[in-house]
Design a binder for this molecule. Structure first.
Ligand SMILES: Nc1ncnc2c1ncn2[C@@H]1O[C@H](COP(=O)(O)OP(=O)(O)OP(=O)(O)O)[C@@H](O)[C@H]1O
Ligand SMILES: Cc1ncc(CO)c(N)n1
Length: 295
């Protein structure tokens, strides 16, 4: 669908449709901090509540999906939303509510970043297995999807990529199949680097490389990346530039995470690292724009 041209707001109004993480590192709590760190105004419609700490998820409560529909319709009857980030969807019914809401917006639908959250890094499931098809169906209503490597493999129906070249091939296949931009994320690979790439149906558009941060504080990186990306795109209108700036910020936030001293498990990144009194050192993120045909 061709969307209507949108004005570039000075302070983008960004809506996160996602689950709650009481420990503040992931989910809606991370989204709101990430939007604020990117200069946006954050809003939140809750899909699900988790009981969660830096050690993992001990429970999930999904309010009636009709109540999510009411949150979304009430908000958008009043507020112009400049970008949407979708995170944890929990069940097929919840995913269907989000799909119906986006469908009803028609060509006034804001840009959508879909983070297809399936399993927390702690190994706990955040998406009902029967809901995977509903999330796949939502891909057609998203502008960008940001799967980690296991999520990319599930969406494609392929084995999990064991190396970066395979991840890029899978991202290209997913982009071509669903006509969506894909952010391939190398966070789950081993090695000294943490590469990410923006990939379209014709292949890699831009590849970003950062030194891998060796840390125990990496909880919620995926949520933080997707909401930062949505916010910076709403402000600037350029996915590649928005991804590069978000990667730069996230690398600094990852480095600073342990300074927060939150919990004894996998702690959060410091979303507001740039507000701390200590200057942020260079992150070493480099970016390479592809000149390959088909970009
Ligand atoms: N150790 C690390 N050092 C540098 N960047 C990292 C590291 N781990 C993850 N990242 C970056 O964080 C972002 C999210 O990647 P990741 O693959 O961890 O997503 P995810 O699994 O969806 O996150 P989550 O842990 O929130 O579920 C990407 O930009 C990735 O490159
Ligand atoms: C609520 C919630 N959403 C997403 C993630 C994935 O990081 C999580 N751990 N918790």
């Amino acid at each position: 669908m061709t969307l209507l041209p949108r004005p570039r707001p000075a302070v983008p109004r960004v809506l996160a449709v996602a689950g709650s993480d009481p420990s503040g590192g992931a989910g809606i709590q991370a989204d709101l901090k990430s939007v604020a760190a990117a200069g946006g105004y954050g809003m939140a419609a809750l899909t699900a509540l988790t009981a969660q700490s830096t050690h993992g998820v001990t429970g999930v409560h999904v309010p009636p999906p009709e109540f999510l529909a009411l949150q979304l319709s009430t908000l958008t009857a009043d507020v112009t939303v400049d970008a949407v980030k979708i995170g944890m969807l929990a069940t097929a019914d919840v995913a269907d509510v989000v799909a119906d809401w986006l469908g009803a917006l028609g060509d006034t639908r804001p840009p959508v970043v879909l983070d297809p959250v399936m399993v927390a890094t702690s190994g706990d499931r955040l998406l009902d297995r029967r809901a995977e098809d509903a999330v796949r169906a939502l891909l057609t209503q998203a502008d960008v999807v940001t799967p980690n490597l296991p999520e990319l493999a599930t969406l494609l129906g392929a084995p999990v990529a064991a190396d970066w070249a395979t991840a890029l091939d899978q991202a290209t296949a997913l982009a071509a199949r669903h006509r969506v931009l894909v952010v391939a994320k190398g966070g789950h690979l081993d090695g000294p680097l943490a590469p990410d790439a923006l990939v379209g149906p014709g292949g890699v558009l831009v590849e970003l490389t950062a030194p891998r941060v060796v840390t125990t504080a990496g909880h919620g990186t995926g949520c933080s990346l997707s909401s930062g990306l949505a916010t910076r795109y709403a402000a600037g209108g350029d996915w590649a530039a928005a991804l590069a700036a978000t990667k730069e910020w996230l690398t600094a936030a990852l480095r600073a995470g342990p300074g927060l001293d939150v919990g004894s498990g996998r702690g959060p990144v410091d979303h507001l690292v740039h507000l701390r009194p200590v200057p942020v050192p260079p992150t070493g993120v480099s970016s390479e724009v592809s000149t390959a045909p088909g970009r």
